[in-house]
Write a protein that binds this ligand. Structure first.
Ligand code: B12
Ligand code: SF4
Length: 556
């Protein structure tokens, strides 16, 4: 028996019969630093869910990630018994076309649909299929293939992102991915993921499991920094504290970028715990001051965010626009509130009624949904797909863009904000009396050395007054704590400037699109333990520190 798991086909981020240009395969450049020009962070994420599924079933599986249609149809000729398509709502048309091609070119194959796109009401009749996985996938596939559902979870080893570039400078993939669980018990009214998975489903149940996996990453790949895919990592407080205890007892230090809600951070009572735990980045849903969700009730955000930054923890705050309480005046009060928090990164997203959420059922009942907006445009970074009392679709697109611009002008380039936060963290640890925290200064120092190379290019490409002020402040701190720049720093800074210039010209001439290259990973039946599965044939994702993945980039 053979299974093919595939993501939807490219090219992405183009207006064609299957998609729209706003659906970029990039997180920061599309949803966070999108108005920050050359300062915007560029990187891709592979479709982590598919590799996770492949690793956790015994059936020999091929994962086809980011195919184009030609590559996909070529793969169909290999005669798979089952073909699983993973898609989200904005990729509905792509999934539909892929199912049509399967029926035409590989009629014997059974089609399995999975991913957030299956929450579309009536999907059963809209896309040709034999099975639909609504929610969690590992246990679903194990059941479908008659495998033991209670087998331990095998966590694949992989990089968190690839094709990484900052100001045009390639940045080798050096962070691993940890998928500690899916879903979140908080079930906020608008939240697609928490309702999709029903409840929180932990894959790594204890701090020990996470710790062992981190050690394994370090031993196998030299990776000590991790992106954690878990909607609300600190919600399992005991697990997080156990991880900390093991790190400190065994004197192994790892760093983590996490998503966590304000209430779980406050529950720790002491933000220094986060520093000791190696948390370097937290994504917090600040949402709105006008519609307060349970997770944010009573949170003093100005103090929380500044205390986190003081400790060197970069904060990404996200905020929702076009809530019911927003009119053309109150919306700016929320934009003002969240930009005044001065997070290092700020994501604005429009309120999006997604099937399966209470928000969607309320809007459906009230007849507020706008059926004229096609699925590919229901992505949260363009126009709203419901009728708002005070905003038209076009207005919502413009207000959203303006909110990002306001943040950029008011707070400066996120890259510079993050450098300042890292400097704060260095100083905080260096001056701390607790030895456990004091010794962490060295981990900031390493990062800061590399970040310093970007200051010359940043000074040349600087786009607003706030960024200029930040640069002045940052340069002063560098001089104070690390001395004047030496020859090596000057040489590296020149190189960074040249690469930035090249990127600037590239974006001007051929646009700033980055499409990930197709990759095909074949897993055989010998998948064991935490080790990466044995790979039989072709693969693009060979973990390598020497050959950064950006070389793999290809326009499709
Ligand atoms: C990483 C990520 C991305 C990456 C995607 C990388 C890639 N290769 O696809 C980037 C940053 C590029 C991205 C972009 C976008 N994203 Co996104 N993204 C995520 C994020 C944060 C994590 C996804 C993930 O890996 N989860 C972990 C894995 C384990 O979970 P999973 O993928 O859901 O898979 C599980 C199950 O769903 C199931 N499953 C999945 N596929 C299949 C297939 C089969 C056959 C089976 C049986 C099971 C199965 O099994 C898995 C294990 O349980 C989620 C939010 C979240 N926390 O889930 C949003 C999310 C998926 N993204 C979303 C959106 C809207 C977008 C954008 C449109 C946003 C925008 N405006 O830019 C774009 C679209 C880009 C594009 N062209 O497609 C929405 C989807 C909403 C919906 N209901 O459809 C989500 C849920 C965020 C949200 N809360 O709104 N995204
Ligand atoms: S806390 Fe965050 S992840 Fe959890 S339900 Fe609310 S929005 Fe979703």
């Amino acid at each position: 028996m053979k299974l093919l798991l595939t993501s939807v086909f490219g090219p992405y981020a183009v207006d064609d019969e299957y998609g729209v240009k706003e659906n970029k395969m990039e997180l920061f450049h599309n949803q966070v630093t999108r108005e920050q020009g050359i300062f915007s962070y560029r990187f891709n994420h592979r479709s982590q869910g598919l590799y996770f599924l492949a690793e956790n079933i015994d059936v020999p599986t091929t994962v086809l990630d980011f195919p184009n249609l030609k590559r996909f149809t070529h793969e169909l000729k290999k005669g798979y018994d089952y073909i699983g398509i993973s898609f989200i709502i904005p990729n509905f048309k792509k999934a539909k076309e892929m199912a049509r091609l399967i029926r035409q070119l590989s009629p014997e194959s059974k089609i399995i649909l999975g991913g957030h796109g299956v929450s579309i009401p009536g999907i059963e009749q809209m896309i040709d299929n034999d099975y639909i996985c609504k929610g969690e996938g590992v246990f679903y596939l194990r059941k479908l293939f008659g495998e033991n559902q209670d087998k331990p979870i095998r966590h694949p080893l992989g990089y968190s992102s690839f094709n990484r570039r900052v100001m045009g400078v390639p940045w080798a993939s050096d962070s691993g991915i940890l998928i500690t669980g899916v879903g979140c018990p908080n079930k906020c009214r608008f939240c697609a993921t928490s309702h999709f998975f029903g409840d929180y489903i932990p894959y790594l149940k204890s701090g020990k499991e996470i710790y062992d996996l981190c050690c394994h990453y370090e031993n196998e790949m030299g990776v000590t920094d991790f992106g954690v895919l878990d909607e609300n990592f600190l919600k399992m407080k005991g697990r997080a504290l156990e991880l900390l205890e093991l790190m400190e007892t065994n004197n192994r230090h790892f760093t983590f970028a996490i998503f966590s809600s304000a209430e779980t951070i406050k529950e720790l009572n002491d933000l220094d715990i986060l520093v000791r735990m190696g948390i370097s980045f937290i994504w917090i849903g600040v949402e709105s001051r006008q519609e307060i969700y349970e997770k944010n009730r009573g949170t003093d955000f100005p103090s929380l965010i500044s205390e986190l930054k003081k400790r060197g923890i970069s904060v990404l705050a996200s905020s929702i626009l076009f809530l019911e309480k927003h009119d053309k005046k109150t919306i700016w009060e929320d934009v003002d509130f969240v930009t005044a928090l001065e997070p290092d990164y700020l994501q604005f997203a429009s309120l999006g009624p997604i099937p399966g959420t209470p928000l969607y059922s309320d809007y459906e009942k009230a007849g507020k949904l706008n059926d004229e907006i096609p699925y590919e445009s229901q992505h949260g970074q363009g126009e709203i797909w419901f009728h708002h009392e005070f905003f038209t679709g076009d207005e919502s697109r413009d207000f959203l863009r303006l909110a990002f611009e306001i943040d950029y002008n008011r707070n400066g380039a996120s890259m510079l904000r993050a450098i300042k936060t890292a400097l704060m963290g260095y100083i905080y640890c260096k001056e701390h009396k607790d030895e456990k925290i004091n010794k962490l200064a060295s981990s900031f120092e390493k990062r800061l050395k590399i970040m310093r190379y970007f200051l010359v290019a940043a000074t040349i490409f600087v786009q607003n007054r706030k960024s200029e002020d930040l640069l002045k402040e940052i340069k002063g701190l560098y001089r104070l704590y690390f001395g004047r720049p030496g020859i090596r720093i000057v040489a590296s800074s020149t190189l960074v400037f040249l690469l930035s210039l090249k990127e600037y010209i590239r974006c001007r001439i051929s646009g700033d699109k980055i499409n990930p290259k197709t990759s095909c990973t074949v897993y055989d039946e010998n998948k064991t333990g935490h080790a990466p599965a044995k790979i039989k044939k072709e693969t693009v994702y060979v973990p390598s520190k020497i050959l950064p993945d950006f070389n793999e980039q290809a326009g499709q």
